[in-house]
Write a protein that binds this ligand. Structure first.
Ligand code: FAD
Ligand code: DLZ
Ligand code: SF4
Length: 509
């Protein structure tokens, strides 16, 4: 008998190790839409539609390529509702078969498969996911014996290992990182590219109807649906990004504009995470644009760092610390996630913009995720696990291996600084500097206290005061605590009093 090869919804690539040595004449492939995967959080409708449609398109390609494939649709009679249930069903006809799978990205599913195999007495061949540059072992080696883990040093090793933007043993341009050039605020009236929009085909339309019928109550709007759902479509989106947005990617990486949802970002993460694009090919394409003189170095370097640096580093941190990473709560934050995260209904213009575009697009760019929705939750002291579940549900690119380190570590500082060097806490001034949201906001960003004050301002000081015991000695925060200490008690109380009112308004305290 041949092997049964399970292909997961985020493994839609011919180059996954479970396929590279497979034998089309003997092996049977299994892909399954199952309720368990579609409901472990209440995913955004567009995320489910994207995954299902991309799965169906990939299955069609495999079948056309001569593979024997069992594809189980969500509504197929007999669908067991889980991936292990679907392997069991297929095994009734092939009881001797070995099961092959590429290691799942999420710990949850990896341990479910391992437990199942042990209980069922099945030989399970789980292979390292070759789509990542850094294996678990390699990351462990790198992390071992270091007092502190910092992305920047990891990134340099990945540059050396891949040779990306290297000039012999030296970084191209003489520096590893050009980030200090990448902090320009954007302004209205700039030329702003749009990510490539794909018209749904028959397969996608069918999936959209299914999602409407089965997940109508989930977060987000389903139509218009414009994501690419094939490798060809994703490659076109990559080309569109490189030609139109990459040259300005660096300069405006941290900018936000009212009504502009994508700016110069690539909007490629959901394609990369699902397997439609390979991270290394994306980086090589961007490197080529630089060497051809079509993109400046700060853009190419900044982009490549996000992928071979941050993305790989996040995955490394995740696997080094799972299980348990998602339960961390260094700052002991316990407030519930405010209701407006699900509706976008708030007078705070920056949050309304980030959340309403999340509802419509299942997308927000990094600075919105980090400095708007993440920052507010951090300052307000929201339970990091609830924040984590929100991010895991609402973005089309969200898988726990990348989402959890970004949320628990980078954004909420719930790991106490294991991943990053400081909490990303900021007052309204930062948002005002990087965006045009404040001009149209009912709050006044210049006001620090009182009913009209931008809520980020009092919450910022309240956050610092509340967490002084844990954060006061932090090297990156000493100067802000000095500022706090120099305020009069009266001024401090004005901040804390305004913060109390903001918290009362949002949390009914
Ligand atoms: P671009 O700005 O064009 O960046 C290019 C690529 O770099 C991205 O496609 C992505 O693959 C990679 N990248 C950039 N930043 C990061 C990062 N911090 N970590 C990992 N990869 C990165 N990214 C996810 O893929 N899934 C998530 O669930 C996710 N959750 C996040 C939650 C929070 C609180 C924060 C602060 C960030 C999160 N990110 C997540 C990282 C980042 O925000 C997204 O990768 C990015 O916004 C995707 O949009 P883009 O493709 O236009 O990215
Ligand atoms: C995200 C997702 C969804 C919504 N549905 C499925 C599914 O029905 N079948 C499947 O194989 N994969 C799905 N996925 C992707 C998985 O959740 C993903 O493979 C795991 O979280 C491991 O990273
Ligand atoms: Fe956001 Fe404050 Fe600016 Fe309003 S004033 S948009 S709440 S930062």
């Amino acid at each position: 008998d041949g092997n049964l090869i399970l292909i997961l919804g985020d493994q839609l690539s011919r180059n996954i190790p479970s396929l590279t040595d497979a034998d089309p004449s003997r092996d049977i492939l299994l892909m399954a839409e199952v309720m368990e995967e579609a409901s472990y959080v209440r995913h955004h409708k567009k995320k489910i539609a994207f995954v299902f449609s991309a799965m169906r398109h990939f299955a069609q390609e495999l079948e056309a390529g001569g593979w024997r494939l069992r594809y189980v649709r969500l509504d197929d009679p007999g669908n067991s509702g889980s991936l292990t249930g679907e392997i069991d069903r297929l095994r009734t006809d092939h009881p001797q078969a070995r099961v092959v799978v590429t290691e799942p990205g999420e710990h949850r599913l990896k341990s479910a498969l391992l437990d199942w195999a042990e209980q069922a007495g099945v030989e399970l061949d789980m292979r390292q996911d070759s789509r990542f540059l850094c294996s678990h072992q390699r990351f462990q080696q790198w992390a071992e014996g270091r007092k502190q883990l910092r992305m920047e040093y990891f990134y340099r090793e990945m540059r050396r290992e891949t040779g990306l933007l290297m000039d012999g043993g030296q970084p191209e341009g003489g520096k590893w990182n050009f980030d200090h050039e990448n902090r320009k605020p954007a302004s209205g009236g700039m030329f702003l590219p749009r990510p490539l929009q794909t018209t749904p085909d028959g397969i996608t339309e069918e999936v959209l109807d299914l999602v409407d019928a089965r997940f109508g109550g989930n977060f987000g709007t389903l139509r218009p649906f414009w994501f690419a759902v094939t490798r060809t479509g994703a490659l076109e989106a990559l080309e569109g990004f490189v030609e139109q947005a990459l040259p300005d990617f660096g300069d405006y990486q941290d900018a936000m504009l009212e009504g502009e949802r994508f700016l110069y970002h690539s909007v490629l993460s959901h394609y990369i995470n699902a397997g439609l694009l390979e991270p290394l090919e994306v980086c090589r394409r961007v490197e080529r644009a630089y060497f051809e003189g079509r993109a400046p170095l700060n853009a190419a370097e900044g982009f490549i760092r996000q992928i071979i640096g941050w993305r790989e580093y996040m995955r490394g941190i995740y696997w080094l610390n799972m299980p348990g990473y998602t339960d961390q709560n260094f700052l002991e934050a316990t407030r519930p996630l405010p209701e407006f995260y699900w509706t976008g209904e708030t007078g705070m213009a920056c949050l309304a913009a980030a959340i309403s575009q999340t509802l419509e697009e299942a997308y927000a760019h990094h600075i919105q995720r980090l400095m708007v929705t993440g920052n507010f939750a951090l300052l307000a002291g929201v339970d990091p696990f609830q924040v984590h579940e929100w991010y895991l549900a609402v973005y089309a690119d969200a898988y726990e291996w990348v989402e959890a380190p970004n949320v628990i570590g980078m954004s909420q500082f719930a790991d106490g600084g294991l991943l990053g060097s400081k909490p990303y806490a900021a007052s309204g001034n930062y948002i005002n500097k990087m965006s045009d949201h404040c001009a149209g906001c009912r709050y006044d960003v210049k006001r620090k206290t009182g009913a009209d004050a931008c809520p980020f301002n009092p919450l910022y000081w309240d956050f610092l005061a509340r967490n002084a015991q844990k954060l006061r000695e932090h090297p990156r925060l000493r100067h802000v605590y000095r500022t706090w200490d120099r305020m009069t008690a009266e001024r401090q109380n004005e901040y804390l009093d305004t913060a109390r009112k903001v918290l009362a308004r949002h949390f009914g305290e």
